[in-house]
Design a protein around this ligand. Structure first.
Ligand code: ADE
Length: 223
């Protein structure tokens, strides 16, 4: 899969893809992430990318022309399955949505800044608008990083243990059960006996029970 990201602050996206699982995904050739600086498409000597909003009001708006020129440039080389705008008024990201997006080959993400982007860019180019939660970030970059991470780890071959993504919280619409590692006793707290029993049927039953209990306690809305 290839993900292109248009950003005013590409530096913000240097870290998240250079480590751990997403780095491994790129090293293995399973994922390509390309970050494009919108500033390169800015207008005039000052490379302007934003302007005052019509009708007045505080906050600048990202202009049509730089975004259009950047998007058209990228679309010369490939067709995008979705052009995604990260925005707090988009549909909320969920595991099923990440699962669906992980099946595509080419995604283009646009990170907003300031007051947002000119509405006509949304009408003209954007095919999907995604929010990572009901709170407002300073820009779309961290949201694009979250979305890229949640998609990238689902690509076949990215996770070492092929099955492990299947048991994540939310993957079955239910939270994951508790997990333990050594030592067997920590500050008087013992690892549940059943996990030491070697009885895999019992362990599986216990994990299912715990997952349901945890979901009922913490996220009854999921049941
Ligand atoms: N940009 C600012 N806040 C955001 C959010 N919650 N999700 C996606 N993009 C955003």
């Amino acid at each position: 899969m290839r993900i292109d990201i248009i950003s005013v602050l590409p530096e913000l996206l240097e870290g998240p893809f250079s480590h751990s699982i997403l780095k491994r995904a790129q090293d293995k050739g399973l994922l390509e992430v390309h970050v494009h600086s919108l500033r390169a498409y800015g207008l005039g000597r000052h490379k302007q990318i934003d302007d005052y909003q019509y009708g007045g009001g505080a906050g600048m708006v990202m202009m049509c022309e730089p975004l259009t020129n950047c998007i058209l440039d990228l679309q010369k080389d490939r067709t995008y399955d979705e052009v995604i705008f990260l925005t707090p008024d988009g549909q909320t990201l969920t595991q099923p949505l990440s699962n669906r997006l992980s099946l595509y080959k080419n995604l283009l993400m646009i990170c907003g800044h300031y007051k947002g982007i000119d509405e006509r860019i949304r009408e003209e180019f954007v095919t999907m608008e995604i929010s990572i939660g009901d709170y407002v970030l300073s820009g779309g970059e961290l949201a694009a990083a979250v979305l890229t991470d949640s998609i990238g780890r689902l690509l076949p071959g990215v996770l070492g243990d092929e099955t492990s993504a299947l048991f994540d919280s939310h993957q079955d619409g239910i939270l994951a059960p508790p997990v333990y590692t050594r030592p067997e006793e920590f500050r008087g707290r013992k690892v549940p006996e059943v996990l030491l029993s070697g009885n895999f049927k019992k362990i599986e039953e216990w994990r299912n029970e715990q997952a349901e209990k945890r979901t009922a306690e913490r996220r009854p809305d999921l049941l």
